[in-house]
Design a binder for this molecule. Structure first.
Ligand SMILES: Cc1cc2nc3c(=O)[nH]c(=O)nc-3n(C[C@H](O)[C@H](O)[C@H](O)COP(=O)(O)O)c2cc1C
Length: 208
């Protein structure tokens, strides 16, 4: 459970389960940093990187989070809970992302202009912007959980929290939509068993 160099990505995925009981453990900042560094290597639409992470690790902030997370004890007992937020205005990142691409000589300014106009056009649709925020921040969330597992931590993702109260208590700007909370820490008890539907029930080839 502790290290990782010998473990394959597939083994890490298979070993990851949602742990809800944690021992008190001060996660070294270096581990948190490495987990987050791995998290942000996630792919994203147009490379707009539609994510922000709010790290909640002080006792006082954890206590504020507890009732908002419907008293799920893991937000207090784990080392840290990371709120993953999706960016509803990720189109504003286009200038920076594609400016850099042009600077490196991988794209002409004319192509950049066309592309960024397309992106801004797509973002006039609020539903699209929201779908993109949720989809891309969710990809980062999965990376976070696997990176944590690889470093010897367990996690539990949580959609069960009061999003309105969370936004208010933690001053989340309107631009960001709360996607999920992820508690990260050292397991005190194993995850309870969960089933997966068999592959042949969930995979269809070529067409429905
Ligand atoms: C988006 C999402 C929201 C979830 N919300 C909660 C939650 O609020 N509380 C909780 O205890 N588990 C939550 N879970 C964990 C699921 O119950 C768990 O992933 C599922 O039962 C499969 O079990 P496993 O993760 O142990 O393999 C959530 C999982 C996901 C992906």
């Amino acid at each position: 459970m502790n290290n990782t160099t010998t473990k394959s990505a597939i083994e890490t995925m298979k070993e990851r389960h949602s742990v809800r009981k944690y021992t008190q453990y001060d996660m070294p900042q270096k581990d948190l940093q490495e987990i987050l560094e791995a998290t942000i290597t996630a792919p994203s639409s147009w490379n707009l990187q539609h994510w922000k992470f709010l790290v909640i690790q002080s006792d006082s902030q954890k206590e504020k989070l507890l009732p908002i997370a419907y008293n799920q004890q893991q937000v207090v007992d784990s080392s840290v809970t990371i709120a993953v937020l999706g960016d509803l205005e990720a189109n504003h990142n286009a200038e920076r992302v594609y400016g850099e691409v042009v600077n490196k000589g991988f794209m002409t300014p004319e192509v950049k202009e066309i592309l960024t106009n397309q992106i801004h056009g797509a973002y006039t649709n609020d539903q699209f912007a929201r779908d993109e925020a949720v989809m891309n921040a969710s990809l980062a969330s999965m990376q976070l959980m696997l990176a944590a597992k690889d470093k010897g931590y367990d996690t539990v993702p949580m959609g069960g929290f009061d999003k309105v109260a969370f936004r208010k208590e933690f001053n989340i700007p309107e631009r960001y939509v709360p996607i999920m909370l992820i508690s990260v820490g050292k397991a005190a008890a194993e995850a309870h068993g969960t089933l997966r539907f068999p592959l042949d029930e969930v995979v269809t080839y070529e067409t429905f």
